[in-house]
Design a protein around this ligand. Structure first.
Ligand code: PLP
Length: 440
């Protein structure tokens, strides 16, 4: 019996090794990692350049507490990251994961408000559904009741607006009127809450597990930027999943004219080699905080040199192998093939995504958009069927977890056309089996 406990799901095979886009269990069975773990392994498994950089750093030092030493690795990674950000976002704060990055962003925003005499501002508006992490602060801005409900008495729940799921509302996501319709819900919420009480708006530029690769409708991102600016509200871009090239540009928000004030990143930055995250802020937010004694926040492992050396090597690999461009090209191909599967299988009701953050959603009826019955547990059953065939994909219930199922297909950014063929073959066979099972 294992002493480990995570979720209620049964035991899984034991991982033996992983290379590139493949993983093997201890029985020698091979799996194609069609979800990059949890949208993490952007440069693939066991990348030799990253491993070499880690070995080199390990020979020098593996820990130097930030109040005792600067380290070359953290300085270099901060410089590299700042160079990849929109102009002016050049202050980098390292952490060890996505939830820590989100907490750091929320607290930086608040401390900036206090430092600049805007003490009345503390509310952070977010969307429903959304996922921003599992610590209590990050949960307070998360719009996903299965994860938040048990903990609501322990946190200050924050105001939410609907995520722009045009496909469910029967609206055209390519029409700017749709984008403005959803973005203006932010303005309405700000006015209800009182603009002087609102600190920030936090958003996943392309939705992650909560909405299943939801791409905002045309005009949405630009409008939310404009609304935030007009009301003196900070725009926090949660790039934990979308950052580090996943959507075909370095940041997901780089696809739009919507410059963030704060960016939070994690998954693809450590890329599965190390626990690493970063909060990158506009210098104008950080200066008043530093002038008044510094940021009242920090984690022991922040800026760990081994993690930073790995992160730097990951960013260099993304650049050297031109993985943002590969994600864009392979993602377009993958999306087209998923649309092909939608034509073949009635139970796929929507296909969406950007770059290699793609998803399809099961529906019981395409016209009414009714989901499959929750009792079918469709998303988990489908994932299990694909897994049995050696294809790993990621799934969640959508529509705030009450019903509806989506499957995320997000392979490492190093995939080639042959890997995409293999993914589609695995999905096709699993869909055929799944359709047969549920119609039996
Ligand atoms: N924000 C987003 C958009 C995420 O997708 C996640 C994790 O899935 C997090 C935050 C939390 O990251 P972590 O699980 O590393 O704490």
């Amino acid at each position: 019996m294992s002493n480990l406990f995570y979720q209620a799901h049964g035991r899984k095979p034991v991982l033996d090794q992983a290379r590139g886009v493949y993983m093997w269990d201890q029985d020698g069975k091979r799996y194609l990692d069609g979800s990059s773990g949890a949208m993490v392994c952007n440069v693939g498994h066991s990348n030799e350049t990253v491993l070499t950089a880690m070995r080199r750093q390990m020979e020098k030092s593996t820990f130097g507490y930030r109040l005792h030493f600067e380290t070359e690795a953290s300085e270099q990674l901060a410089t590299k990251l700042a160079g990849l950000m929109p102009e002016g976002l050049n202050k980098v704060f390292f952490v060890s994961g996505g939830s820590e990055a989100v907490e750091s962003g929320l607290k930086l925003a608040r401390q900036y408000a206090v430092a600049t005499g805007q003490d009345t501002r503390w509310k952070v508006i977010s969307r429903r559904p959304s996922y921003h992490g599992c610590s209590l602060g990050a949960l307070a801005v998360t719009g996903y009741s299965p994860l938040t409900a048990p903990f609501t008495p322990m946190m200050q729940e924050m105001p939410k607006i609907p995520a722009p799921r045009a496909y469910l509302d029967g609206l055209d996501a390519d029409d700017t009127a749709t984008g403005l319709y959803y973005a203006d819900m932010l303005e309405a919420k700000i006015l209800v809450e009182g603009p002087e009480s609102v600190l920030a708006f936090i958003v996943e530029p392309v939705g992650g597990a909560s909405t299943g690769a939801l791409v905002p409708p045309r005009g949405y991102m630009e409008r939310i930027r404009e609304i935030c600016t007009r009301h003196g509200i900070l725009l926090i871009m949660d790039e934990v999943m979308t950052g580090a090239g996943r959507t075909g540009k370095f940041l997901g928000s780089d696809h739009w004219q919507a410059r963030p004030d704060i960016v939070v990143m994690s998954k693809g930055l450590g890329a599965g080699y190390v626990p690493l995250g970063a909060m990158i802020a506009d210098e104008r937010l950080v200066t008043p905080i530093l002038d008044q004694g510094g940021f009242a926040h920090g984690f022991t492992y922040a800026g760990n040199p081994l993690a930073c050396a790995a992160g730097l090597a990951v960013l260099n690999e993304i650049e050297m192998q031109d993985l943002c461009a590969n994600a864009a090209v392979m993602g377009n191909g993958l999306l087209a093939r998923l649309n092909g599967l939608m034509q073949k299988y009635e139970l796929i009701g929507d296909v969406r995504g950007k770059g290699l953050l793609t998803a399809f959603e099961f529906m019981g009826d395409r016209d009414s958009k009714a989901p499959l019955p929750a009792s079918l547990n469709a998303h988990q059953r489908f994932v299990d069927l694909a897994y049995a065939r050696g294809l790993i994909v990621y799934s969640r219930r959508t529509r705030d977890g009450t019903h509806g199922d989506h499957i995320l297909v997000c392979p490492p950014l190093i995939v080639n056309a042959g890997h995409i063929d293999e993914i589609i073959e695995g999905l096709d066979a699993s869909l055929a089996q799944f359709s047969q099972e549920i119609h039996a």
